[in-house]
Design a protein around this ligand. Sequence first.
Ligand SMILES: Cc1cc2nc3c(=O)[nH]c(=O)nc-3n(C[C@H](O)[C@H](O)[C@H](O)COP(=O)(O)O)c2cc1C
Length: 391
Amino acid sequence: MMLAQSEPAPASIKLLEPFTLRGVELPNRIVMSPMAMYAADEGEVNQFHLTHYHKVAMGGVGMVVVEQTAVSRRGRITNGCLGLWHDGQIEGMRRLVAGIHSFGAKAAIQINHGGRKGSAQRAWQGNGALTADDIARGEELWVPEGPSAIAFAEGWPIPDAMSLDDIARLRADFVATAQRALQAGFDVIEIHLAHGYLLQSFLTPLANKREDIYGGSLEKRMRLPLEIAEDLRSALPESVPIIARISATDWVEGGWTLDDSVVLAAELKSRGIDLIDCSSGGNLLRGATNASLARGPGYQVPFADRIRNEVGVPTMAVGMIHSGAQAEQILQEGKADLIAIGRRMLFDPFWALHAVHEMGLDDDFVRWPKPYGWWLEKWARSVMTTPQTPE
Ligand SMILES: Cc1cc2nc3c(=O)[nH]c(=O)nc-3n(C[C@H](O)[C@H](O)[C@H](O)COP(=O)(O)O)c2cc1C
């Protein structure tokens, strides 16, 4: 018996319209943005991950994007990253996906190599380079790898500059990881091309100082990410959507720009990438907040808008999108196709159901899991009709 998402009324807003990516139909346009929890041990899914993702799926999203997941052990950002670098990690992911599907949501996974930002503290233990105290607590330190032997910031490890053999191995790791993800039942693969991790560090001139075929001009800096897009497209079935999260800009003079992103998005599209997920930043020590950047509601939406409408590729908007009304307006104005929500879903795992309810579209709670909705509908009516206690 399907307990979740009982026969919702026909969608009257775009946010609730289904969206098709190749052979996959998302039941609505609300997506949980990938958010690394750094709560794993040796890359394995545990009870925390199951509860964390399943409660959001129960909360009515159309798709969950599981956090950045390492394609190799050395490609972890921290000791707590999820991984799919060996077959033994598939079973935990299978349980994760099965639970997401049980609530009617689709499951995507963001596959990643941490690059020169690897060998770091778990965010909630400092979010910096590992310290002697961390190592004394049992955290493992390793030498990360990157396009060039340039540390992410002062005090961070100097990465090994990747050889051509390393790059060939990396390409195989991305393909093998995506194939494991499909074995686990994931519907959609997201390539992490953002936030200063390995693939974005090849794109940006801030990190990539190579003088071979993978560095220099924009074309050469795009080469590795595009090769990986091609590898994945040819290795995965036609029906499987592949999407890419990009940093639309580094927010730094001399860094990666929105114009570069427009070029990249067109190249990705021509290689069969189905949607561009438009984030930004990640090459500054404190993320984008260090730059002279006005952050406000929907501050990254213009990136999704320009790429969608100039390149003609579907986009996902993300970043400080707070309400259902704000999300709906972005879709209505044709600025994006999907809306990703991050921190609001940590604050409120039922954000999707609440957003729709607050828009007055689900007063009878039919979108809620039946065992909740049956009671909530009566409760709401009784709250409305119960005489208030006189003051
Ligand atoms: C705890 C946390 C972990 C994150 N981890 C990832 C990640 O794994 N991959 C990624 O692309 N972005 C990651 N992000 C960025 C979010 O996906 C999102 O783009 C960002 O939080 C802005 O959206 P928001 O304002 O709705 O939170 C993370 C953000 C947070 C708060």
